[in-house]
Ligand binder design. Structure first.
Ligand SMILES: [Zn+2]
Length: 317
């Protein structure tokens, strides 16, 4: 766990947590319902609880912080799914860890990411641990907000929600990180690219520059001129762009249904054409996930052809 850099919209939740720690009323079983891909708040909390300086921000320098960064802090336990689920054996290991005395300080923290993957047996095992709280031992559960846990677990935890930034907050932050970039393009990217601003920043700075965003936008516009090849090439190189395209189809449908958006839409396509192509793109995504080595270009051509102006004219006759 590297020293956590919080994003501006994460500060208020951290302040709330910090206050609870200072006033000694932070629960020992915590659940973070995550509404976005970024859970740095949880990393921050783990560090905040374990840092030896116990100040409002983890120092990043003490022995505890260094061991956390190196992944060698034995009073910290990370439970992560090895396969599709978190099973009872995994929870038993955590139980064995939980009964040991702390080796370094006095605080022990276990973090359970993807808590929604706990099997019923594992959930019951966890419940036993939560029912017998040990002094200064914290259990921190994290799950996507749309998933559920057993009601018995829910009744034992203090729940927090990690909210995503507003579009405005995300754009403001991204613009400070990427000065000189076209802010309308960044705004579109934030709308299209679901994992959020940190992902876009990494995407732009580490891999592709903003050319692939620009190229994507241009290729989308070229569909009106019946050119599908540029978009096929881009998606073949970066299959994630299928999700961006799906978002544009959703925007187009919303606009068609009377809920206009400020983003690019296929305004020349009819509602029935959009519904049709939306269903196809969902099937294509499924197919893509299920079939490694799929010839993307071959599959995409008929799909993207339906997004061209000439297809709409053909359909209208
Ligand atoms: Zn520290």
């Amino acid at each position: 766990m590297n020293n956590v850099k919080l994003l501006p919209w994460q500060h208020s939740l951290c302040q709330q947590l910090n206050q609870a720690i200072t006033q000694e009323h932070l629960g020992q079983a915590l659940l973070f319902d995550n509404e976005e891909a970024d859970d740095s708040v949880v990393d921050w909390l783990i560090q905040r609880l374990m840092c030896q300086r116990q100040s409002s921000t983890p120092c990043g320098q003490c022995h505890a912080c260094s061991m956390l960064a190196a992944g060698t802090h034995s009073d910290f336990f990370q439970l992560q799914p090895a396969g599709k689920n978190i099973g009872i054996d995994d929870v038993r290991k955590m139980g064995d860890w939980a009964v040991q005395k702390p080796r370094h300080g006095y605080v022990k923290v276990a973090s359970i990411r993807n808590a929604e993957l706990l099997t019923p047996a594992a959930s019951n095992g966890l419940l036993k641990l939560l029912e017998e709280p040990r002094e200064n031992t914290f259990f921190i559960l994290v799950k996507p907000i749309q998933t559920v846990l057993l009601p018995t677990i829910m009744s034992r935890v203090t729940r927090f929600i990690i909210r995503p930034p507003t579009h405005h907050q995300a754009l403001a932050w991204l613009s400070t990180q990427l000065s000189g970039y076209d802010s309308s393009l960044l705004s579109h990217a934030l709308h299209w690219v679901s994992p959020g601003p940190r992902y876009i920043l990494r995407f732009i700075t580490e891999q592709h520059g903003d050319t692939s965003l620009k190229n994507f936008e241009q290729a989308i516009r070229q569909l009106r001129d019946n050119q599908t090849q540029p978009l096929i090439e881009l998606i073949t190189q970066n299959p994630n762009m299928i999700e961006w395209l799906t978002q544009i189809i959703i925007d187009s449908l919303k606009t068609e249904l009377g809920f206009p958006t400020a983003y690019f839409t296929f305004d020349y396509l009819s509602e029935s054409a959009l519904i049709d192509v939306y269903q196809q793109i969902i099937e294509f995504q499924q197919h893509l996930n299920d079939t490694p080595g799929l010839n993307i270009a071959l599959q995409l051509y008929p799909l993207l052809d339906r997004l061209t102006l000439s297809a709409e004219i053909r359909n209208a006759h």
